[in-house]
Design a protein around this ligand. Structure first.
Ligand code: BGC
Length: 303
């Protein structure tokens, strides 16, 4: 762990220490507020240690239309710099997406020591191959996503389902902060993503956007996603009727204490959330700025 000269550590606030090459990249400027002695991992360090109060990680959200990336300030749950969005290549293969990710890592000069988290629009099971994917190129099927993206990026990365990432961000920094019981966070976009969080603990890869819904040919997201509203030019009120059918099933099967509605369209929540007619308290997501980027960065920092 020694990096030469005095021992310097980045303290991430998640009970772990990682050695930092100092001076730290100017883009990843940390607030160094005090010095202290501390116990680090397996041995006591009786030398000067820099306490870094502003912990950062790098987050990326791979979506059907855009790939967004930014350094994230984990104390505030905000971007530390404006995000960089690059359009998803029309052939969204692992190689094509890998080349976008490399551009983004280079653009922000992300140091090796900074954890990188990537949110991905399919169930993510590290060490296992993907069985199916709805909204990216089918060449992802049969691929271990975490392994493939780590290879493409030339460094280890942590991958998490995009809705789970958004859910974690809402639970840490947003509308579900401090909420007890079962929270269902949904993202309404090209598809419908879901995250289940019980007493603050994520139950990953729930895929409730694909439950059977009347008129949806067996797949709720083909009936009630935000993309369907746009394609069919549904008014917000008509769409809210479809959403009522969807959320009624979620309510019936899971009895959540809170439902959080996210996705880009949540910026217009006044147009449809009040018209979703269910009993469970239902609120729009709070994080306006790419919760999946923030949640992916947060998730990587906990690994
Ligand atoms: C995918 C989910 C994803 C959601 C939102 C669905 O089609 O199956 O894994 O979370 O879209 O992107």
């Amino acid at each position: 762990m020694r990096v030469g000269g005095p021992i310097h550590y980045v303290v991430t606030g998640f009970s772990r220490c990682i050695p930092a090459q100092l001076p730290i990249s100017t883009r990843f400027r940390y607030t160094i507020s005090r010095t202290a002695t501390m116990t680090c991992v397996s041995h006591t360090v009786q030398q000067e240690v820099m306490m870094i109060d502003t912990a950062q990680a790098f987050g990326v959200d791979i979506g059907g239309s855009g790939i967004k990336a930014a350094p994230v300030d984990l104390n505030k749950g905000e971007f530390a710099e404006p995000r960089l969005k690059i359009l998803t290549p029309s052939e969204s293969t692992p190689q094509a997406i890998g080349s976008v990710l490399r551009k983004q890592l280079e653009h922000f000069e992300v140091p090796e020591t900074v954890p990188v988290g990537i949110s991905f629009p399919a169930p993510v099971k590290p060490g296992q191959k993907l069985n199916w994917i709805a909204n990216l190129d089918q060449s992802w099927v049969g691929v271990d996503i975490t392994e493939a993206l780590s290879e493409e990026c030339g460094r280890p990365v942590t991958v998490v389902n995009d809705a789970d990432a958004a859910g974690l961000a809402e639970q840490q920094f947003g509308a579900a902060k401090g909420q007890e019981g079962l929270v269902v966070v949904t993202t309404l976009g090209t598809g419908i993503g879901t995250a289940l969080i019980y007493d603050g603990v994520l139950i990953p890869n729930t895929e409730l956007g694909h439950i059977e819904l009347e008129g949806g040919k067996g797949d709720a997201e083909r009936y009630a996603s935000s993309a369907v509203r746009e394609r069919k030019e549904l008014s917000y009120k008509k769409w809210a009727k479809r959403l009522t059918k969807y959320y009624s099933l979620i309510e019936k099967y899971f009895s959540p204490s809170l439902i959080v509605i996210g996705g880009g369209v949540s910026r217009k929540s006044d147009n449809f959330v009040p018209f979703i007619d269910i009993d469970t308290p239902t609120v729009p997501a709070k994080l306006r700025n790419e919760p999946a980027v923030i949640g992916a960065a947060y998730y990587a920092s906990t690994k």
